[in-house]
Ligand binder design. Structure first.
Ligand code: SF4
Length: 294
């Protein structure tokens, strides 16, 4: 038994099959991210305290007790200094906070009640946002899930300096490698890739079940020469090991949520072609790296 009083901010949860770890999985999306990738499909998961999301059809002056809604628009500059955010306590559909706080033990018990769904080797996946922004509570949840015999996967952007401490608590480790070049990584995500590559070396050496992911993004990392750039960075760590690389093609599924969060969506309307994916696969294979795509 844990006597923890810690809570986790969760902005989305639900089952999926084999998308974020093997088998049937309960996927918990944890609030907060230290990167600000403009292609993110879950922008509401970025702010650590949660994002105010609006529904245009339901947004009226009565949605905000402090008068921040006028002519069907929310003046978010007024929200910045609004400490008690009373709008989120109203029964309404116009404005909501992206996340809720859950006691860690309650989450672990809820996951345990879902155990019959994991009959095919599935389990629980913690993803984000970025899980490591709630590091202590995540560590505690992983311990509690382990005590309950539940398979644990995490999906991380790899940037936390103490990420390696979680290795013994995780059964499947999924990590993004967004760009091989530090300057480009920093320019687009706001964060250096140095710690990511250090964590890649640690995890590749010490964890037996790792999946790497490259999100292929137009204008960022999907030019033909980028395939060789990724291969050179990845090869020393994963050649000869059972560490596959999953190529994920950019999509616009999150676009509507950028608008609901009051943020502009700046990605161009381009797609990743099957030829681009095939080229990356060919180049990575040539360096002894196995690719999968879903
Ligand atoms: S946070 Fe909510 S209550 Fe506060 S100003 Fe914004 S809409 Fe109004």
């Amino acid at each position: 038994m844990s006597d923890s009083t810690r809570t986790l901010k969760v902005f989305q949860q639900g089952f999926n099959y084999s998308q974020d770890g093997r088998g049937n999985r309960l996927v918990l999306h944890l609030q907060g991210c230290n990167m600000h990738c403009p292609w993110c499909s879950n922008p509401e998961g970025m702010p650590t305290r949660g994002a105010l999301m609006t529904e245009k059809e339901w947004l009226t002056e009565s949605s905000c007790p402090k008068g921040a809604v006028r002519n069907g628009l929310l003046d978010r500059s007024l929200c910045e200094n609004c400490a008690d955010i009373p709008c989120t306590g109203l029964r309404q559909k116009g404005i909501r906070l992206s996340c809720k706080d859950y006691p860690v033990e309650e989450l672990a018990d809820r996951c345990a009640r879902s155990a019959p769904m994991f009959f095919d080797g599935g389990g629980v996946t913690l993803t984000g946002g970025e899980i490591s922004l709630q590091f202590d509570a995540v560590r505690e949840l992983l311990i509690l899930l382990g005590e309950r015999g539940i398979h644990r996967a995490i999906e991380t952007n790899g940037s936390h300096p103490h990420l390696g401490e979680l290795i013994p608590l995780v059964d499947q480790w999924i990590m993004d490698i967004k760009h091989y070049d530090d300057e480009t990584h920093r320019k687009w995500t706001g964060v250096s890739n140095r710690q990511v590559l250090e964590n890649l070396a640690i995890v590749a050496a010490r964890h037996r079940d790792v999946l790497l992911r490259i999100p292929l993004i137009p204008g960022f990392n999907s030019a033909p020469e980028d395939a060789e750039g990724f291969a050179k960075v990845l090869e020393p760590h994963i050649r000869g090991k059972m560490i596959p690389v999953e190529l994920l093609s950019y999509h616009e599924f999150g676009k509507i949520k950028w608008a609901q969060c009051g943020k502009p969506y700046t990605m161009p309307p381009e797609k990743i072609s099957p030829e681009t994916v095939a080229h990356f696969e060919r180049v990575l294979n040539g360096h002894g790296i196995t690719c999968i795509h879903t």
